[in-house]
Write a protein that binds this ligand. Sequence first.
Ligand code: SF4
Length: 211
Amino acid sequence: MELSEIFYSIQGESSFAGLPCIFIRLSGCNLRCSYCDTKYAYKKNYELTVEEILQRIKEHTPVSLIEVTGGEPLLQNETYLLLGKLIKNNYQVLLETNGSILLDKVPKDVIKIVDIKTPGSKMSDKMKWENINYLTPNDEIKFVITNRVDFDWSVEKISDYKLMRYKIIFSPAYNIIEPRILAEWIKEEKIPVRMQLQLHKIIYNDKMRKV
Ligand code: SF4
């Protein structure tokens, strides 16, 4: 498989935020979001087989929370094999995906964290809305908000697609919008979404890799 990095850190961007977590960052992405903070993952850093990845993460035993992320991890066919093997090895597996690839082949025990790309990302037309049909109540949907247009658009999509059945995360785009502004909009709208800051960027220097 083509990888950007494997590292051990604190989960920062979901309802699992704060927990120790092993990250498998696969390389390659089919989108180019305006605020992308992982451009370094567009290109392959190195290759490992699925078995080699499983060996590598054993170094962090007994940590059992794993996040497979990217780039866009579902671009590689072997990702489905990797996800299945992680589940079989009793890991709790999070899959962070950008919403543009059909989720039909993702193993059912994987917890999907699906970005819905807002207009501010300049990639909102790439969303595959039929992916909603493949979500379970354990899955999470993330909206990265860059401005008021994104906020209103996201609230509308939540209503149109009845997304409150899932865990919804609103995250302020880093260094683009003040978190306090987003907090006020959520309070005014009285919408029960979970506002989330990127915890790893608060704990560590935001320029640091492998965090
Ligand atoms: S989907 Fe993720 S990795 Fe790809 S361009 Fe957007 S933010 Fe960057």
